[in-house]
Design a protein around this ligand. Structure first.
Ligand SMILES: *[C@@H]1O[C@H](CO)[C@@H](O)[C@H](O)[C@H]1NC(C)=O
Ligand SMILES: *[C@@H]1O[C@H](CO)[C@@H](O)[C@H](O)[C@H]1NC(C)=O
Ligand SMILES: *[C@@H]1O[C@H](CO)[C@@H](O)[C@H](O)[C@H]1NC(C)=O
Ligand SMILES: *[C@@H]1O[C@H](CO)[C@@H](O)[C@H](O)[C@H]1NC(C)=O
Ligand SMILES: *[C@@H]1O[C@H](CO)[C@@H](O)[C@H](O)[C@H]1NC(C)=O
Ligand SMILES: *[C@@H]1O[C@H](CO)[C@@H](O)[C@H](O)[C@H]1NC(C)=O
Ligand SMILES: *[C@@H]1O[C@H](CO)[C@@H](O)[C@H](O)[C@H]1NC(C)=O
Length: 788
């Protein structure tokens, strides 16, 4: 009996020794083990568990440049791509980690200091094994009943979706790593939608930025792009809550990975090439905050990269990255310039200022050297940005507020280099058109000489350009009297109808300056500006040749009862918008930044299809070469259209044109003349009448009777409202033409209440100091008292 026991003991001991020897030989040979851990076993850092098919491995690893240790599962490929991490938010800080079961059947990791992290919950079940399955799922299951899964890694996805793994609405979503060095939970997630589980969605911090197609039972309806691949690479299986997929063929290693930058990729392993093939990739969209880094600009419509640098900036890295961009030329502060970037979706973090108008906003930014950009809009006023700019986006066609023109501060020398490259083509076009223009001038000159010689022939050519005959001919065909001289109809030798303006002689300018000015103005091209075809100068005589407008001018229709009825609402809106476009071009986009200074109904010409064309633009420049100063001694303009500050003090700005536009707008809607009109209501002018009606809430009475029932009253009323904003007394209160246009065309714009129009104080103080002031103005020449 005793001997028996001894023998048994010996036997057990022997068994142990043999087992131990076998085990240690195995471990020392490759540190690899078949894919099972029993409750009486453990895995230490350095040992690896391999699935039966050798495709997946489980063990300890350090990602990227990190020295922390994580327990994870990776592919048996040369890159050892990690597909799952057990302790992504709880790294082990030493290399002494051991993966083992604790007394409650939970699988835990113990580090060298005895800290434990639970990896998998066995919830007290006694006959457990932990197995890495052939599909990459790591499970705790009952040894006696292997179908009984107590816990599985597939229920806790990290950033990789493997075949047969269910991702589920609300619970089992992919979440990206923080970075390639840190598998902790990052900002991106992917999975079935919350409202409609049959769509897959990628979120950034809970904001959806990509949505798949809808699941309609079709194998690839979720990502239709996959259908274009020769062999359908995988099949989705979804129901209301959950989605899974199987590769085609089923044995092909496949994975969806949501990378730390928010791009979702589908990859398949090519056994021949022993490498992964990218099937499809969805990069993050501009909805992701700061996607393009500082001074980067995002555009979702661009194919390769959504990011690029703002003008005057270059990428910080050799390639584009979230680090963003740096300035090519540092700011100088003094003398910096602003470049306009229209159509930008603006970041919402600007400083709101209560300065009024474009100009005020620009100087508020210019004054502070750390101000890098500003935006001015009617609705939001003036916003300034300091330091680094982020979250800019263009090409955005979604709805929502915050699209506008951003003015970006750049060094003045940067602006020059930008315009040199950007305008090269324009410049060439400019040169070509100037050459054509000079040739044209010469032809015209020769033609006029010939016609003169055919006439009397005795003129010496230094006092008058034209013979009495030609003058007579032209007197007959006089079209009208413009602000700067009479206009005649004529023909070129080839029959083209032209309008010729004969300028009043004393322009106060030298010949050369005059020519330069004409050349500049001739280059302005816009469909709402009358085309200047050429000019002719001889002695004191100066002729400007324009395209001929068959439908005369707006006043011809607007201020005559029968003809006014011909102007339906559509035509009027077309004129209102067209004139605004033309002015915007003059104020902002033309290289000369022209202030018209004499905008009125008789200067709006109408072409064959009643499209408006502004005429006489640039005249103020010709007649007032020092006119670029904001204060001029010579006031050109028309009573009734002139802004008070201009009429009274000679101070003009783009806002004086806005005033004139406001008057014109009111005239178009009401069909009444502002200037020289008989009193209406208690007021002496149309503006006063409009202001009176506005205050009494009776603006609809202003709308032209001939439009009754034939115009959308709400739009007409908005036009009245906008016109009152345009004629406010303080120039700074008036909107810019860009804002005016957007207020007129945007049904949803909320408009501020207008303040008192500019004319009132003029009238009120008419009897007293104004006369004095007017008298003190040198060379005040109100060129056209009745405004025609
Ligand atoms: C460890 O546990 C497994 C399953 O419970 C068992 O088959 C095996 O014999 C045990 N090994 C040792 C050395 O106890
Ligand atoms: C990894 O896979 C290759 C073949 O695919 C196999 O030869 C190798 O043994 C595998 N590695 C391990 C550790 O099982
Ligand atoms: C996935 O979900 C289906 C039912 O929707 C279930 O039958 C299957 O066992 C699940 N697979 C895993 C790995 O959980
Ligand atoms: C979910 O999406 C599918 C496919 O787009 C659509 O047919 C279904 O009506 C949607 N269900 C709901 C509740 O919106
Ligand atoms: C899925 O949703 C539809 C409608 O919402 C419902 O009729 C159907 O029974 C649901 N299917 C499952 C499996 O829950
Ligand atoms: C410029 O603006 C910043 C931000 O508002 C402010 O902190 C700074 O004092 C300003 N600098 C000057 C010189 O006004
Ligand atoms: C936005 O417009 C661009 C170009 O017009 C177009 O390619 C793109 O599909 C549009 N995007 C959306 C979301 O409508």
């Amino acid at each position: 009996m005793f001997g028996k026991i001894r023998f048994w003991k010996k036997c057990v001991l022997l068994n142990f020794l043999i087992l131990y020897a076998l085990a240690s030989r195995c471990l020392s040979a490759s540190m690899e083990r078949t894919g099972i851990i029993f409750q009486n076993q453990s895995i230490s850092d350095g040992q690896i568990l391999v699935s039966t098919n050798k495709n997946f491995m489980l063990g300890f690893f350090s990602p990227g440049a990190s020295s922390y240790r994580y327990v994870g599962i990776w592919h048996n490929d040369s890159e050892r791509r990690v597909v799952w991490v057990a302790n992504r938010n709880n790294p082990i800080k030493d290399k002494l980690g051991i993966l083992k079961f604790d007394d409650s059947s939970n699988l835990i990791v113990l580090d060298g200091s005895g800290n434990s992290i639970t990896v998998a919950y066995g919830v007290g079940v006694q006959d457990l094994e932990a197995v890495i399955l052939d599909n990459g799922n790591f499970v705790l299951r009952s040894i006696s009943n292997q179908a009984k899964i107590i816990w599985q890694s597939f229920d806790f996805p990290t950033d990789t979706w493997l075949p047969e793994m269910n991702i589920t609405l609300g619970s089992k979503l992919l979440t990206s790593w923080k970075s390639y060095d840190d598998p902790a939970v990052g900002d991106y997630s992917f999975g079935p939608g919350v409202t409609n589980a049959s769509e897959l969605i990628i979120w950034w911090k809970g904001i959806a930025y990509w949505t798949s197609g809808g699941w309609d039972g079709d194998v690839n309806a979720l990502i239709p792009d996959l259908k274009s691949i020769n062999t359908i690479p995988l099949y989705f299986h979804c129901d209301n809550l959950t989605c899974t997929y199987t590769p085609n063929p089923a044995s092909r290693l496949t994975q969806f990975v949501l990378d730390p930058n928010g791009a979702l990729s589908i990859e398949q392993f090519d056994p021949g090439a022993q490498s992964w093939t990218l099937l499809w990739r969805q990069p993050p969209s501009c909805e992701v905050s700061n996607l393009c880094g500082v001074f980067g600009i995002c555009n979702d419509n661009m194919q390769t990269s959504h990011c690029r640098c703002l003008k005057g900036f270059a990428p910080q890295d050799t390639q584009y990255s979230r680090k963003g961009c740096t300035r090519k030329i540092p700011l100088q502060c003094d003398g910096d310039k602003f470049i306009d970037m229209p159509g930008m979706r603006l970041p919402g973090n600007g400083d709101k200022l209560s300065v009024m108008g474009d100009d005020g906003c620009e100087s508020a930014c210019m004054i502070n050297c750390s101000c890098t950009a500003y935006v001015h809009s009617v609705l939001d006023g003036c916003s300034l940005w300091y330091g680094d700019l982020t979250n800019l986006q263009d090409g955005y066609n979604g709805t929502g507020v915050g699209i506008g023109t951003l003015y970006l501060r750049v060094a003045a020398s940067e602006l020059e280099s930008i315009s040199r490259s950007g305008h090269k083509i324009l410049w060439i076009a400019g040169v070509l058109s100037s050459v054509a223009f000079i040739i044209f001038c010469s032809i015209l000159f020769i033609w006029i000489r010939i016609s003169r010689n055919k006439g009397k022939g005795k003129q010496d050519g230094h006092h008058s350009l034209m013979t009495t005959d030609t003058i007579k001919l032209w007197e007959k065909s006089k079209l009208g009297e413009g602000g700067f001289g009479p206009v005649y109809k004529g023909n070129l030798p080839d029959g083209l109808e032209i309008a010729v303006k004969r300028l009043a002689a004393n322009s106060g300018q030298g010949l050369q300056e005059f020519k330069n000015e004409i050349l500049l103005i001739a280059k302005l091209q816009h469909s709402n500006l009358v085309g200047l075809l050429g000019c002719c100068i001889e002695g004191e005589e100066m002729l400007l040749v324009y395209e001929y407008m068959p439908n005369k001018s707006l006043d011809f229709f607007l201020f005559e009862n029968t003809r006014r009825a011909l102007l339906d609402w559509e035509m009027r809106m077309n004129i209102i918008e067209g004139v605004a476009q033309g002015l915007i071009y003059l104020h902002k986009h033309s290289r000369l930044r022209i202030i018209h200074r004499d905008l009125k109904a008789s200067n709006i010409l109408l072409d064959t299809d009643m499209s408006p064309k502004i005429s006489d633009f640039g005249m103020a420049r010709i007649f007032d070469p020092k006119g670029t100063q904001a204060n001029t001694k010579r006031v050109v303009g028309t009573y009734g259209y002139m802004a008070p500050e201009y009429a009274m003090a000679g101070i003009f700005s783009v806002k004086s044109d806005v005033f004139s536009y406001g008057v014109l707008l009111l005239e178009i809607v009401s069909g009444m003349k502002n200037a020289g009109s008989q009193g209406r209501g208690n007021s002496l002018s149309l503006l006063g009448y409009a202001w009176e009606l506005w205050n009494e809430g009776r603006c609809h009475e202003l709308i032209d009777k001939s439009l009754h029932g034939r115009c959308p009253e709400i739009v007409a009323l908005r036009c009245v409202h906008v016109s009152l904003l345009c004629v406010q007394e303080q120039a700074a209160d008036r909107p810019s033409m860009t804002e005016v246009l957007s207020m007129i065309t945007n049904d949803n714009a909320t408009l501020p209440d207008p303040k008192q129009p500019g004319f009132l104080s003029l009238l009120v103080s008419n009897q007293t100091d104004i006369t004095e002031e007017t008298c003190s103005l040198n060379g005040l020449s109100i060129t056209n008292l009745d405004g025609r």
